[in-house]
Design a protein around this ligand. Structure first.
Ligand SMILES: [Zn+2]
Length: 278
């Protein structure tokens, strides 16, 4: 007779049925726990203040149309988040948005890479804030927090280049830590020169709230990963080259960003538990 929790699984999460069946027993457990949260973006609840920064390394820079286009996609993505929050029974999520400057932040050269982990990634948030005259980032964070009364603060950096976008989430709650004020760099076009859409902006932003990739390259367990892709093919953390309307916030991502504390053992395989300073 299979132990009681296997039965519990069959009953609780229908669409997990097939999935759990094939899992090695180590992954078959369930409990309630929250994902430890770090940095300026804790759980995706309450009010989040978004600081947009436009960066370029060429003479022309961002055109007003291209900036308006990125703003539009960002807002489209935030509407999508609210829609899915309601599906998860999460109320009261709000966003405020402000551009750090109406001028581009100019850098010498924006690196273009398809590598998820570029060799010496720029520390984007300190870089753009310092270039715009912010010398004391913890103080800047406190003043923005005070002014906006936001629960979370994130910096979305839009770089005028074709490259692979990535996030730089915090692994510490030490305000002095250079990644405490969390940010992501979203490139105007993908590495393959495909126009960046709302899905990429939101995918990278969700990383700042603890979401994990569920596509290859991220998980240690290819077997589980392919099963995951078969069970959650429409996850925002799986693919971003699609219209955001066709994507979902599935249960692992919902747990990561603090929308549920229902934890399944196989989540372990997706990056395990984040710990302070990791
Ligand atoms: Zn990702």
């Amino acid at each position: 007779m299979k132990p009681w929790y296997t039965l519990f699984f069959f009953l609780l999460v229908g669409h997990d049925f097939l999935f759990c069946q094939q899992l090695n027993p180590d992954y078959i457990y369930h409990d309630n726990r929250v994902n430890p949260a770090f940095g300026s973006a804790q759980t995706l609840q309450g009010k989040t203040h978004i600081i947009n920064v436009f960066v370029s390394d060429d003479r022309k820079g961002w055109s007003a149309e291209d900036k308006a286009d990125m703003h539009f996609k960002e807002k489209e993505g935030l509407g999508w988040i609210n829609w899915h929050a309601k599906k998860w029974g999460i109320e009261g999520i709000t966003f405020s948005i402000a551009d750090l400057s109406d001028k581009d932040i100019k850098v010498d050269k924006i690196e273009s890479t398809n590598n998820l982990r570029p060799k010496n990634p720029l520390k984007w948030v300190p870089l753009v804030l310092n270039l715009s005259g912010v010398t004391n980032i913890p103080h800047f964070y406190d003043s923005v927090k005070e002014a906006t009364k936001a629960d979370n603060i994130v910096v979305m950096i839009f770089a005028k280049k074709s490259s692979r976008s990535y996030a730089q989430p915090a692994h510490s709650n030490q305000k002095e830590n250079e990644r405490f004020l969390e940010g992501a760099v979203v490139f105007k076009n993908s590495y393959y020169d495909k126009e960046t859409g709302a899905a990429t902006i939101i995918h990278e932003m969700l990383h700042l709230f603890g979401a994990r990739d569920i596509y290859p390259e991220s998980s240690m367990n290819a077997e589980l990963e392919s099963k995951m892709q078969s069970v959650f093919p429409n996850s925002i953390m799986l693919g971003t080259f699609r219209d955001i309307g066709s994507l979902q916030i599935e249960q692992l991502t919902a747990w990561c960003i603090g929308w549920t504390n229902s934890y399944y053992g196989w989540y372990d395989a997706f990056g395990g538990k984040r710990r302070e300073g990791q």
